[in-house]
Design a protein. Structure first.
Length: 239
């Protein structure tokens, strides 16, 4: 009771602050290729169709071909976090309020950036994320019946789609003329939970040993709650 002597007992305050839990940045942690854009716009030339080759008979004309080029224009996008603070709060707070707010702003921006990298559509001043860069022919519906056999086929289909599109796929990373290719998986927590717990019929875990080493079928993976698990009409689908 404060008036019964309680005012004489000093209150104890911790110098630690419990942080707000936010999704960890998945895309940047995969060490993607980054390009500086000091002027805000970058134009990258590309080959839209290449030369062809063919066998020809004796005294026959060779088949002509032509290399055609195009251009990709990259436009910068601005990400802002604004948190007003009073001067007195900055001066007298303990622990240091400006450090706490700054760190929270960094985590907020990292989470929003990661969401954009994964699924934003490029409208309303946002970047265009991986979900909307994927060619329609490389998208497919996973088997609705979730079991080890079907999931294994779906994982293989994801890889097959890239191979069929001639996307460079090697274990680890590969340096090409236009940069470094770093294949990797992104998945939701529920997908990771399934892959890490599903067993073969005779008992051993199917994928867990490799997942514990940070890989799935030889490529690194990241788990993020930015990949939704409440999609489609059923409200329980993921990507």
């Amino acid at each position: 009771d404060p008036t019964g002597g309680g005012f004489l007992v000093p209150e104890q305050f911790s110098q630690d602050v419990i942080e707000l839990l936010r999704p960890a940045g998945a895309v940047r942690s995969m060490n993607p290729e980054t390009l500086p854009m000091p002027s805000g716009v970058m134009r990258i030339p590309k080959i839209t169709s290449g030369a062809t080759a063919s066998y020809t008979g004796e005294n026959a004309n060779a088949t002509k071909s032509e290399l055609k080029t195009g251009q990709i224009t990259l436009q910068n996008k601005k990400l802002i976090s604004l948190v007003p603070m009073s001067n007195d709060l900055v001066r007298f707070s303990s622990p240091s309020a400006d450090t706490i707010v700054r760190n929270d702003m960094i985590r907020a921006m990292a989470a929003r950036e990661d969401q954009a990298f994964i699924r934003d559509d490029g409208t309303s001043a946002t970047p265009k994320g991986l979900k909307h860069w994927i060619a329609s022919g490389n998208k497919f519906n996973a088997n609705a019946t979730v079991n080890l056999d079907n999931v294994t086929v779906d994982l293989g289909t994801a890889i097959q789609k890239l191979m069929a599109a001639n996307v460079p796929l090697v274990m680890g990373q590969q340096t090409t003329a236009t940069g470094t290719v770093r294949p990797g998986w992104l998945m939701s927590p529920r997908s990771y939970r399934y892959l890490s717990t599903v067993r073969l019929t005779n008992g051993p875990y199917a994928f867990r040993d490799e997942l514990l080493l940070g890989n799935l079928w030889g490529w690194p993976f990241r788990v993020t709650s930015q990949i939704q698990e409440t999609l489609q009409s059923a409200g329980n689908q993921s990507e």
